[in-house]
Design a protein around this ligand. Structure first.
Ligand SMILES: Cc1cc2nc3c(=O)[nH]c(=O)nc-3n(C[C@H](O)[C@H](O)[C@H](O)COP(=O)(O)OP(=O)(O)OC[C@H]3O[C@@H](n4cnc5c(N)ncnc54)[C@H](O)[C@@H]3O)c2cc1C
Length: 326
């Protein structure tokens, strides 16, 4: 049995207190929300924080609030199960609902939070192993080593962003609010995940806690999330596709297609999007957008399934997503 390392634990009441503790402790502190990602990573000694700062008592980080303008504010500590059960979320934000339903298992969704899912650490087959296993390969670039075993000549870490909700938040134009020791700031989901290295998978300062997610009204849009994984019962994605379109009459006036689990950062398929805007959504345009979506995805050999197969599945899943929207 793998045991947790020793650490001290605190559960402050407010986001400001959390930020001050994070600022004082520096990188030796880690936030825990539901713990469904952090605690397994600690047991494998991928991370060994001296202090774990829990969000459990900070009530301001909870809540699912529908506003008069049709936007939605989510507290980041809201459990995934609560999002899954919200009837309005199910009917008005189908892609988000589908992504949440596909995360791990019902038991884990009782504990796991939406904020934890957005900040989920990147994953790799050379990383998500116990300490003894990793020691036999002299560790890896992301954790105590100096080689990325996925791409040994690369100065970068290629661990994969495997969160199901991240591509959906980008497609919906969500904004994220962060509390730091010096104050609050707002950032778009697209900016927050605009990274190039699996060691720095989110643009978060060490003293910051994500407090709120604001999703603008999605009225007039259609959206869907599809996920490739080996077992449908539960598995991390090896490809996630979020698609959202807006129609003006028969023509597409806006399109967003975002992939995840194909590298350290989500990938926006801008060429595929442009191929749709101003056109009808039919077999021809869907086929063309599918083909163009392949360009941005560079899956490597560090998750389940062969990278060639995952790359081949990109246009297939994009076409399926667009066909569902049509
Ligand atoms: C068996 C298994 C299967 C899984 N399958 C999936 C899957 O299919 N898809 C998927 O997306 N995930 C999956 N997960 C991962 C995990 O369960 C979910 O991503 C969950 O939503 C994580 O939320 P949490 O609250 O438990 O995060 P935690 O473990 O508490 O935290 C995760 C990370 O986010 C940081 N963090 C948490 N909250 C905040 C915040 N408010 N501000 C800043 N940083 C924060 C933590 O410091 C930590 O680094 C799986 C996990 C397991 C164990």
């Amino acid at each position: 049995m793998m045991r947790l390392p020793t650490f001290s634990y605190c559960a402050p009441d407010t986001a400001e207190e959390i930020a001050h503790i994070l600022a004082e402790e520096g990188p030796a502190a880690q936030i825990v929300a539901g713990g469904t990602d952090l605690y397994p990573n600690m047991k494998r000694r991928q991370v060994e924080p001296k202090t774990v700062v829990s969000l459990a008592r900070a009530r301001a980080l909870r809540g699912i609030e529908w506003r008069d303008d049709g936007s939605l504010r989510l507290g980041t500590s809201e459990p995934l199960r609560a999002l899954e059960r919200d009837p309005r979320l199910q009917s008005t934000l189908p892609a988000l609902h589908q992504s949440v339903l596909s995360i791990s298992t019902p038991v884990l969704r009782n504990m796991g939070t939406i904020g934890g899912n957005l900040c989920l650490d990147t994953r790799c087959q050379y990383l998500n192993q116990n300490f003894e296993w990793r020691r036999t390969i002299n560790h890896c670039l992301k954790c105590s080593g100096d080689t990325c075993w996925t791409a040994p000549g690369s100065p970068k870490c290629w661990a994969v962003n495997s969160s199901d909700s991240v591509p959906v938040m980008i497609a919906m134009g969500a904004k994220l609010l962060l509390q730091g020791a010096a104050g609050r700031r707002e950032v778009t989901a697209a900016e927050f995940f605009d990274v190039t290295d699996g060691r720095e998978w989110i643009r978060r300062q060490p003293d910051e806690v994500m407090t709120d997610i604001v999703i603008p009204s999605q009225e007039g849009t259609r959206s869907v999330y599809l996920k490739l994984r080996r077992r449908d019962a539960y598995d991390f994605p090896v490809l996630g596709v979020a698609a959202r379109i807006t129609m003006d009459g028969d023509l597409v006036s806006d399109a967003r297609i975002v992939l995840n689990a194909v590298g350290p950062a989500p990938v926006r398929c801008t060429e595929a999007e442009q191929a749709l805007i101003g056109y009808r959504l039919n077999a021809e345009t869907i086929g063309e957008a599918g083909n163009l979506s392949r360009r941005g995805a560079k899956p490597l050999d560090n998750t389940d399934y062969m990278p060639n197969y995952r790359k081949k599945m990109v246009p297939v899943f994009v076409r399926r997503a667009l066909a569902a929207l049509a």
